[in-house]
Design a protein around this ligand. Sequence first.
Ligand code: SF4
Length: 260
Amino acid sequence: MALKEQGKKLRRLMKVLAKGHSVRPIRADMAWLDHLILYLLQYEAPVTVAEKAFRAMQTEFVDWNELRVTRPLDLESFLDDQRVDPSLAPVLKELLQHVFDGDHCVSLDFLRDRDDEAVRRYFHRARRLPAHVGEYMLLAFLGRPQLPLDVHTERVLRRLGFIGKKFSPERVRKTVDALAPTSEAMQYHMLFLEHGKKTCTRDAPRCDRCPLAKDCDFARKASRDGRDSSSGEGGSPEGADPGTGRKGTERRGAQATPAG
Ligand code: SF4
């Protein structure tokens, strides 16, 4: 199918997804660091759970610096109490330490004056952060209209058949840029995120209740092979971090590593 036709198909599927998910982008007028912490919570947990956990964090800790120096086990236990995956604790602590190491304050405001590449490199150096965070922050705060290529987006697009198994990271990026309208980048990102968290999950996609199933290569193939699609792809899930095995904030999707 030509790219133009694929773009039309994707727009149609995103409208279907939008009917099932009430996505609301995180407010762009928040401080960058507040926004990013809420986003990371939301990347792991349902939106309402993430928002509640964020408010609880603001009550429990005097400021982000206190959270930075909190014992890892205490933070894990706090997240667990909030029904957020405790494995997010080292990610948050590393982020805050990375920010603090920059100029001994816990704020990302200085990034406002940096160019795009510097912003990407800055987040890329925090090794536990999902690899797309730089792209996300550029979209959310600096109005760069490009769909972040995170593991959910890549997984869903791959299963639907928009991205081929043998595509190089560069070709994945080029294809996604050609298919996703820049004006919809944030809406698409939040929809892929919600769909990837709730339905098209890494290990057990719920094709039987997915509104995209009749247009999905993965579901069609599973049905043709008489296989239960909820078994996922098994073995080596795409985008997984071989080091941590983290599901939500897996590192290193299809992105090329920025220089520097
Ligand atoms: S049908 Fe299954 S594999 Fe396809 S998008 Fe839906 S949940 Fe994912």
